[in-house]
Design a protein around this ligand. Structure first.
Ligand code: SF4
Length: 288
């Protein structure tokens, strides 16, 4: 029950209250936005966030599909009960928060009505030597998902080619992923690895520098370039199109240069908790 209850709390936190770093980035964006229409959009977004918290309702009607990212200590008691608890929490959350039932059969469109189905919620496992369990919940709506891109580039394209592709993806997406967005860029590995790294990059806190200096510079350069597009908040014009760019990378085959771009709308709904084997729970992403 402890895992199920904690995950239910995480799903509610994610759906209703954006993490502090995202709210701080949106407040900063409001200060920096020079376009009156863009500023108005940010004002509406901040008011939307305030009302959702006050009324304890989801911050957006599209509560997205659920992904769970786990870091499980091999010494954590109850490893074999985690998946069942995640599914039960997803079903309960759909009824109680409520979350919009967003999981449909690929071929028939049939909706089980509880946000579960084949491979949904998505569960990503990581194991380490330890005795606690970290669970991150990510809720992403269709507007963000549909803008994602992947390109298998020629290595000769280099970082200038990466920038061109990311910028092109942002311009093509325009206002559809509800900017200001967070942009996750996945580099290297293969097509699957780059795509998964781009999504994982969306989990990084917005107020932490990338520890790799090359990746940090790429993040800064892309942040500047994207905010020069003029797309602006909700695509209605302005100088804040992205809140942050986050890069994750892997080694690659010498002949391959995969680049993936994942979009996250302003409603960046993620929440993380750590559960210890002795039953203690710490919420890491939100002040409770
Ligand atoms: S892109 Fe995000 S903010 Fe826009 S409708 Fe979808 S979930 Fe909501």
């Amino acid at each position: 029950m402890l895992i199920e209850d904690t995950v239910l709390n995480l799903l509610r936190l994610a759906a209703v209250r954006l993490p502090e770093d995202v709210k701080a980035a949106l407040r900063r964006a409001y200060e920096l936005e020079g376009n009156p229409l863009g500023r108005l959009q940010l004002e509406n977004i901040l008011e939307n966030i305030r009302l959702a918290e006050e009324e304890n309702v989801p911050v957006c009607q599209d509560t997205g599909v659920i992904s769970f990212y786990l870091r499980a200590g091999l010494g954590f008691r109850g490893l074999n009960s985690i998946e069942g608890a995640l599914y039960r929490a997803a079903r309960k959350a759909t009824l109680e928060i409520p979350l919009r039932p967003n999981s449909v059969d690929f071929f028939t469109n049939k909706n089980p009505g509880d946000n579960t189905g084949r491979y949904l919620p998505y569960i990503s496992w990581g194991l380490f030597n330890g005795d606690y369990l970290d669970i991150t919940v990510l809720l992403r709506g269709g507007g963000s998902e549909n803008a994602c891109t992947l390109k298998m580039m020629d290595p000769s394209a280099g970082l200038e080619g990466v920038k061109e592709f990311v910028l092109d993806s942002v311009i093509k997406a325009g206002g559809k992923p509800c900017p200001p967005t967070i942009i996750g860029v996945g580099l290297g590995g293969g097509a699957d690895i780059a795509t998964s790294l781009a999504k994982r990059a969306l989990l990084k806190p917005l107020d932490e520098e990338n520890p790799n200096e090359d990746a940090a510079k790429l993040e800064r350069d892309l942040y500047e370039l994207i905010n020069m597009t003029g797309i602006g908040p909700m695509g209605l014009g302005g100088n804040i199109t992205t809140l942050a760019v986050r890069v994750e990378y892997a080694h690659r085959h010498p002949a391959s240069y995969p680049v993936a771009v994942a979009f996250q709308c302003w409603a960046a709904r993620r929440a993380t908790a750590r559960i210890y084997s002795d039953g203690r729970v710490e919420y890491l992403s939100h002040k409770i």
